[in-house]
Every structure is written in C-alpha cells, then in structure tokens.
Unconditional design. Sequence first.
Length: 109
Amino acid sequence: MTQQKMIHATEATNLADILERVLDKGIVIAGDIRIQVADIDLLNIKLRLLVASVDKAMEMGIDWWRQDSYLSSGAQSRDLERENRELKKQLDRNEELRKRLVRCEAKTT
C-alpha cells in the first residue's frame, strides 16, 4: 500500500496578518441583484463594498466620513454654518420684499 503524507503549510498566517494585509491594500467586493419578470426590471440593486484602512481610503480619494454630519463634528458645524447663511439670505430677501410692499402701498394711498 502507498503511504500518503499530510502536507502542512510552512508559514502559518494568523487572522491579524490577514487583516493587516487587507487593510493595507484594500479589498473591493461587488455584486448586483436584479429581479425581472417578462424582461421587465422590477428591482435592480448594485452593491459595492470597500474594506480598507482610513489611510488607504484617503490615499484613494475617499473621505466621505469627513462630510457626514453624523460621523464628524466638523461636518456638523459646517452644516450649521451653511444653514445659517441660507437663512440669512432668506431673511434679507424677505426684508427687501417687505420694503417693496410698503413702498407700493404708500404709492396707492
């Protein structure tokens, strides 16, 4: 009878090494879900998942968490500042309209 030998990996890779490698290089997982009935699309979902470290993501130009008001206090203050500017513009427009209305009413009386 032939004797079979078990083959063992010479280098054991633990979970931390794999995670470090994935975060360093990044990994993209993509998938599409499409539901059709009689060649009519009822549902079409495109899924994209990127797993990478923050440094690697920023290197790729991805930094959406900086603008997300739920994740960044800086984004919250920027949102408030923008909203404040828009409200001031509305107030200025309303005040200008009120002045025009007063002038028109004065001319008609």
